[in-house]
Design a protein around this ligand. Structure first.
Ligand SMILES: NC(=O)c1ccc[n+]([C@@H]2O[C@H](COP(=O)([O-])OP(=O)(O)OC[C@H]3O[C@@H](n4cnc5c(N)ncnc54)[C@H](OP(=O)(O)O)[C@@H]3O)[C@@H](O)[C@H]2O)c1
Length: 313
């Protein structure tokens, strides 16, 4: 009986990521029953699958004639989506561990503003007994109801927040008042006190929070953006914070990363900056997703989490 053919997996990632993920990907492929060679320096014509970080380490995908799929270990693939040489199926990362982390990040930051933690815990003097309203009386709007936004919206709903959500196509999520499409945006934002952005960047979503849309939420509303920096018009956001239309912005993603030291967000008293850490991909759970997709490819089954290039995410 001939030995089963091993698949050649090119793993293209920065050195630290490579060293962190390589053992987990090998172990996950073994657990999935896929004999594989995973390396960073395979001959291009031998590559069966490309596992990669979409940060320009590979610029020309046409040199991999037999590669069956490009499997990103990042959730966001906006940097590679428009590469004309990437014609093979492209899957993004949908990692259950990352989803769990995002739910924790979003819930924590929503509760910070809901409870008024800064006012009650950080002040060094005074005795300002302002009770927060109950969550059920606080409208929270989730822009994006996908893998991450949907899970966060449902976690907030489980805490009794009055949750509205907005997506491209109509959605039905238990406990969430769902809006869809360009016509649904104003109703989603109107009167909201906390707005969370978990959208991808596409031509339709860039600057979705702008001078007009930032005038729709309740006065003093809070914006939390762990999605992408380009979703927000930076100048409009600062103007809304300065005028009091918005009370605070918690920003994890930016148009330029790392956020330049002299960017106005850094010193603004109403802005909290975090360094794109809302939720990182978790090694073990994401390696299992990669291995499952390669197993599927070998079994002739449909790949999971394929990117819809027309929709742009
Ligand atoms: N900061 C971090 O650490 C971090 C970590 C991971 C991911 N992210 C970012 O989080 C974002 C969301 O990730 P995800 O996995 O939840 O993505 P996803 O599953 O693809 O969901 C995207 C959501 O956005 C909606 N959407 C897309 N275009 C729209 C439009 N034109 N109008 C209205 N809604 C639109 C989609 O609508 P449909 O439901 O109709 O498709 C969907 O609900 C991405 O930008 C990703 O890069 C950040």
């Amino acid at each position: 009986m001939s030995a089963r053919r091993h698949v050649n997996v090119l793993f293209s990632a920065p050195k630290a990521t490579y060293e962190e993920f390589h053992p987990a990907i090998c172990a996950a492929l073994q657990a999935a029953g896929v004999p594989a060679r995973v390396a960073g320096d395979l001959a291009p014509e031998e590559v069966d699958y490309i596992v990669f970080t979409p940060n320009d380490l590979i610029s020309d995908f046409s040199v991999f004639p037999r590669a069956r799929a490009a499997l990103s270990i990042w959730a966001g693939v906006d940097k590679v989506l428009h590469n004309p040489t990437l014609t093979m199926p492209l899957a993004r990362m949908v990692d259950p561990g990352q989803r769990e982390g995002m739910v924790e990040f979003v819930t924590a930051h929503v509760l910070r503003h809901h409870i008024g933690m800064d006012r009650h815990i950080l002040s060094s003097s005074g005795w300002d007994q302002v009770a927060p309203k109950l969550a059920r009386h606080r409208k929270v709007t989730m822009l994006g109801l996908g893998e991450l936004g949907g899970a966060c919206a449902q976690a907030l709903s489980a805490l009794n927040f009055y949750v509205h959500g907005w997506s491209r196509r109509p959605r039905a999520l238990e406990g969430i008042t769902c809006h869809a499409g360009p016509d649904g945006l104003e109703a989603a934002l109107a009167g909201a006190e906390i707005i969370i952005c978990l959208l991808p960047t596409t031509p339709e979503t860039e600057n979705v929070l702008n001078a007009h849309t930032l005038s729709l939420p309740a006065a003093g509303a809070v914006v939390i953006n762990p999605g992408r920096g380009a979703l927000i018009d930076d100048a409009a956001l600062i103007a809304a914070l300065d005028s009091g239309a918005l009370g605070h912005a918690t920003l994890d993603t930016f148009r330029v990363e790392p956020l330049p030291e002299d960017h106005p967000f850094r010193a603004h008293p109403k802005v909290t900056v975090s360094p794109h850490v809302a939720s990182l991909v978790r090694v073990d759970t994401s390696a299992a997703v990669i291995a499952e997709n390669i197993r599927r490819g070998e079994a002739g089954e449909a790949f999971l989490h394929l990117v819809n290039r027309q929709a742009g995410y």
